[in-house]
Design a protein around this ligand. Sequence first.
Ligand code: PA5
Length: 488
Amino acid sequence: MSLRFDFNNMFDFSVSEHGVSRQDIDTFLPQARKAAEHLKKIISEPRARIKLNLEWAKLPEQKEEDIAAIIKIARQIAQKYENVLFLGIGGSYLGLKAAQDALCPPYYNEFKSLRKKAPRVYFEGNNLDPDTLSVLLKNLNPKKTFVVVISKSGETTETKAAFVLAEAWLKKSAGARYGRQILAITDPESGSLRKKVQAERGKDSLSFRTLPLLKGVGGRFSEFNMGLLHLAIVGVDIRKLFLGAREMAQRCAQEDILKNPAYLYAVLHFILYQKKAKSLAILMPFSQTLKSTADWYVQLLAESLGKKYHRQVQLDKDGVENWLADKNDLFNRGRTPISAAGTNDLHSIQQNNIEGENNKVVTFMRVEKFKTDLKIPGKGDLLSGKSYCQLMQLAQEATEWALVDQKRPNCTVIIPEVSAYHWGALLFFFEMATAFEGELLNVNAFDQPGVEGYKNYMYYKLGKPGISQAITEEIKNKPLIKKPEYVL
Ligand code: PA5
């Protein structure tokens, strides 16, 4: 069984004037085919793929020896330590957290029987809130804790700050050999984390073990690279994950747009965005374990498609494409993703989905078979004898019906079960759909220049050397206005 995609409720025959018509699709197909050809060309060309950050498309094809090497390191860590503390933010965190919640049992850290001898795992370095990290550093035993720091750039403030603290904490307990309790996943050549790794390994070759991030893979597209160690530590079968991702890659390579799930998903959303002003993307898994996958998708969609400028394609001297922001072609658009969960958020955001502005498309994730089921005991009550799975599926169907009844477009990804195989397929599907929508929108889906604004401001205020004159002037000349009468 494979993932299935139900797009019926995206069409006018389900939601009238708020849906896509067959004519809309036919009119749009030539443009979609062109976009598909372009994407295919880039992906088939190693130089372009790496240069433009599309190497993620090849990650499911990683070599067996690389997978085996990661599993070996993971086993060494898992056998020796009770806790593993992962430090990272954005793409260096969300994929791992999504995998943890989807593929490990709920309450994994709480119950030894669920972990099956694997260590407890904690995620930090994804915030500057001192109240969370300090609890861990006060309560975990540093002698029994291994730290994995993940940062592609090796420069990100949140992760760096947490790592400096974690390092000092380990050092205090382990002394000079503390580096043997650290593994860094970072760019193979650049960044201060890579420099640190090289310096520490020079002093003690067993310390600061490292795994490289592959070239041409951006943070949010990198779960199949930077997330592998985590998966192996908690005992997820990476090979099955890749099998699922590869099956999906094949499905998403089909040229017929109407048969290609990622392309059709992107085309339908694109038309609804352009023609019907559906600018909000609500991702609603009907499974508590997929809520973090929805959060992962929020980053994927927001950073990939929310852009100020259109893309300008140029060729370099070797004939390889360069993508620049076309400063003469202001875009300032991109669908806004929101993650919600069925059934909790049926008592929250769903009211707005149904009766608020009709400017949204809901994507459901429906699980066909849960790992367990619960039968409600008793007799005579409406719920007596009903199973949780049955109720969950009915709730999803009911939500779909309620949306259609109010002419609200939606679609459903049907997941046979939340296994490594299907989760790998799911991630690849969303990655390809996002990349394809980037083509349709003509934006660079693989950068995130908008994230720099807050970083620049912080660096300026922190006195970081090397900030450009232009940025310095901009910050100086445009201070935040704080009129006392408006601070109540
Ligand atoms: O998608 C991206 O590339 C970003 O969101 C990064 O993942 C995020 O900013 C963290 O960066 P880094 O891994 O360099 O610390």
